[in-house]
Design a protein around this ligand. Structure first.
Ligand code: SF4
Length: 472
């Protein structure tokens, strides 16, 4: 878990350069999504609802579908492992690697592996792990953390990336032309692909009918990783199951469009197990580690709808809070609205301080509108806020919310405060006793107070109309 300040503190300290990169990247993705999705599907909302229903059905019958998936994968020659906790998942991966004496591997982008901090764990065990997704590779070179589900370096601009390459010795000179950067990364990574003894991937979907593991990338890096490796390990959350191959059509149509505004992600791989003898290359052995890590607890909670998530990032891109604060502010691999719900549910037992994340929302509803599986994110945020309040984890105990709560729940105090609030317009906030107010106002713009004028107006209006329930 990333150790950082609360989201509002982090957001006020973010550099302008970083904020611009996040806003530019998120806005571009949102605009592309809008034109491709609505241009291609006049009944987009019906499709989103259908996708949500398929996911809900699968989650309601998860035990049945897990059995079906295990059987189908095994029929395809895949070895299936179940990992209940993050530690179980790390140990399952390590034990497979040890059985094959793997000392060097490549890894394609996987949120499940971020969730369990797989890279640092394997590196501590003496295994060389190289991220093959370009964004994740840059993150690895920088010792940074991804800040977006789909575009892990959304917070960096090309000048910063060029500087990283130079610092890491991948480039001798500073050249921030994206094509040059990509060519340099490609030359470096190709050699590593050929040396790797294994490849670790995630998985976007598993069809329980055929046991196909579906993997989408835009760089073809997982495919490159698999071609020379003898061993393939896919680490996948148990919520990634879909009942049949036919359902994949619904999700793949929505995923590319919602994530990057593409009709289909450039490389969409359907992996049906290890290579068969007629194929010239590919892993001879394939393992799937199905990871729980708190998902069954989420399923049993009243926030279960979040398990429908297909990690498209559309809610991050559209969220006004994410755009201002960046993904790092959410202190977990999952930033934005998805993270504000998923992180406290998945990691809240170990990191109770994440209970403040659901407050990082204006509840504007944009996240629900763009979600391809129709997750009612604002409702879930409200449920989590309520839960945190009941558990006394997050209550209005700090300034200014504690005095505000007292004020707002007492009609007479409220009336007096409103009358006196006109004085706020003339407070000399730059003198010592008022400094805390100045700090607070430094992050907000308050309209001029009219000190209870609305009450007077409403009282007069009620009188004119002969209404009995006038405000006190
Ligand atoms: S919650 Fe919905 S919009 Fe957000 S990442 Fe998941 S599927 Fe995409």
């Amino acid at each position: 878990m990333i150790d950082r300040q609360p989201i509002d503190t982090y957001a006020t300290r973010i550099s302008e350069e970083k904020q611009t990169s996040v806003i530019t990247g998120a806005t571009a993705s949102t605009e592309k999504r809008q034109s491709v999705l609505f241009g291609d599907f006049p009944n987009t909302h019906d499709l989103r609802r259908l996708a949500g229903q398929i996911k809900d059905h699968t989650l309601h019958h998860l035990d049945h579908y897990l059995e079906q998936a295990e059987a189908a994968l095994s029929r395809n020659g895949v070895k299936v492992h179940f990992a209940d906790t993050d530690e179980d998942a790390r140990q399952a991966v390590l034990s497979i690697l040890r059985d094959h004496q793997v000392t060097q591997l490549t890894k394609s982008k996987s949120m499940a592996s971020e969730e369990i901090h797989l890279n640092p764990f394997l590196i501590d065990q003496g295994i060389e792990v190289l991220e093959s997704d370009l964004g994740e590779f840059i993150i690895q070179l920088d010792g940074d953390e991804p800040s977006h589900i789909v575009r892990p370096i959304i917070h960096k601009n090309r000048r910063e990336i060029a500087r990283t390459f130079q610092r890491a010795g991948i480039a001798r000179d500073l050249n921030d032309d994206p094509e040059v950067i990509t060519r340099r990364a490609r030359a470096f990574l190709r050699e590593k692909y050929m040396q790797a003894q294994a490849v670790i991937t995630g998985g976007n979907f598993i069809s329980c009918e055929s046991g196909r593991v579906v993997l989408v990338t835009n760089e073809g890096n997982s495919r490159f990783g698999m071609a020379p490796s003898k061993l393939h390990i896919a680490l996948i959350g148990i919520e990634k199951l879909v009942p049949s191959d036919r359902d994949l059509g619904v999700f793949l149509n929505l995923l590319g469009r919602s994530a990057t505004g593409q009709q289909l992600t450039v490389y969409t791989e359907f992996i049906s197990g290890p290579k068969d003898p007629t194929q010239p290359s590919g892993p001879e052995e394939m393992h799937v580690v199905l990871m729980n890590n708190g998902r069954t607890d989420v399923l049993a909670s009243d926030g279960r709808e979040i398990l429908r998530c297909i990690r498209c990032s559309a809610c991050q891109n559209v969220c006004p809070v994410y755009r201002q604060a960046s993904g790092h502010a959410y202190r977990s691999p999952y930033g934005g609205p998805i993270g504000a719900v998923l992180s406290p549910l998945l990691f809240g037992d170990r990191f109770p301080e994440l209970a403040d994340l659901p407050k990082a929302s204006s509840l504007c509803g944009a996240c629900n509108e763009v979600c391809p599986v129709d997750i009612p994110i604002p409702d879930l945020l409200l449920r989590l806020r309520d839960k945190a309040k009941r558990a006394h984890i997050s209550q209005p105990g700090d300034l200014p919310m504690a005095p505000f709560a007292t004020l707002a729940t007492s009609p007479s105090l409220w009336r007096t405060a409103m009358t006196m609030s006109k004085a706020m317009n003339h407070l000399p906030i730059d003198v010592a006793p008022f400094r805390p107010i100045q700090d607070w106002l430094g992050q907000r713009t308050l309209p001029e107070s009219h000190g209870g004028d609305f009450r007077k107006w409403l009282k007069n209006r009620s009188k004119e109309q002969g209404l009995r329930d006038t405000p006190q």
